[in-house]
Design a protein around this ligand. Sequence first.
Ligand SMILES: *Cc1c(COP(=O)(O)O)cnc(C)c1O
Length: 361
Amino acid sequence: MRLATAEIDINALRHNLAIVKQMAPSSKVMAVLKANAYGHGLVKIAQCLQGADAFAVARIDEALALRAGGLTKPIILLEGFFDSSDLPILLANNFETVVHDENQLAAIEACQLEAPISVWLKIDTGMHRLGIEPEQFEEFYTRLKQSPNVKADTKLMTHFPCADDLNNHFTALQIASFTKLVKGQSDALCLANSAGIIGWPDAHFDWVRSGLMLYGVSPMLDCVGVDHALKPVMRLKTRVIAIKHVVSGDRIGYGGRWTCKEDTTLAVVAMGYGDGYPRHAREGTPVVIKGERYGIVGSISMDMITVDIGSNDKSIHVGDEVEMWGPSLPVEEIAICADTIPYELLCNITPRVSYDYQADG
Ligand SMILES: *Cc1c(COP(=O)(O)O)cnc(C)c1O
């Protein structure tokens, strides 16, 4: 009997890519696959995204894993490279690099490569994480164009910290300052992450970088119950492994944190923080069994969770399937219950969880 399993719906993945293209019809799409494709399985997900124009990852190892898996599309390293000895690897594998600081630019200028590499110049328009200052743009741009190690197809990019909040004017300011800065250059521009794609059509330009929305999850604030036409790709499921009757006053689980107010029935579910389920999910966080929602009670253990199934104990049996998140239960909602964001929940899936890829047609 299979317990903790992440069922991956490939048709939903392709549907979400189609939604990205529908929302940003004039843009090329970079499918963001970092962190094991947000916990969905790096190579498998990439293999199912033939419709994307490029892939993006955070680390060279992730890019190498894609090549080892037979993927041939351009791959962009979103943080660039970390040592000049990486540069021949970039060239040999057709990896494109972000350049966000002087060290990287100097390393590219100083190296001896048999052929030039493609560069995405990253400008910091207010996130204050990676990227050159706007005042450095002229100099970096000129030096990149002069270096024989850099291909002529330089792209220009920036990143949004607040695009998930439609009421935050900062994104509009970033779009304005970025376009003003790069005015007059004919290079391709790339600004929008998923929130930029969904919420800020003015940010689409030549390339979009879609991560979370590809996996069918909304990046927007106040997203629960809002339909962005996305379909959840992951269904995290497991099974009931015990049914237990408890009486008023019984304390449940580690620390005895939850006390039964009345006689009830618990379903013990084979899922815990050892599978990546958030230990801090609050009391009452829902799971779905046979189409009905039930609330978690007591501490979340490494391998098990207790769910109050109340008087429905006759209809629920050992072996019944339990959905922890997925099409019947948005991971966005679980993230709120666990005081985190869906990104973290998806990335935290541990190797103990088995993957089941499903595609029809
Ligand atoms: C992760 C990442 C993205 C994708 O963000 P989503 O919100 O998942 O769409 C885009 N751009 C950069 C630079 C990133 O690091």
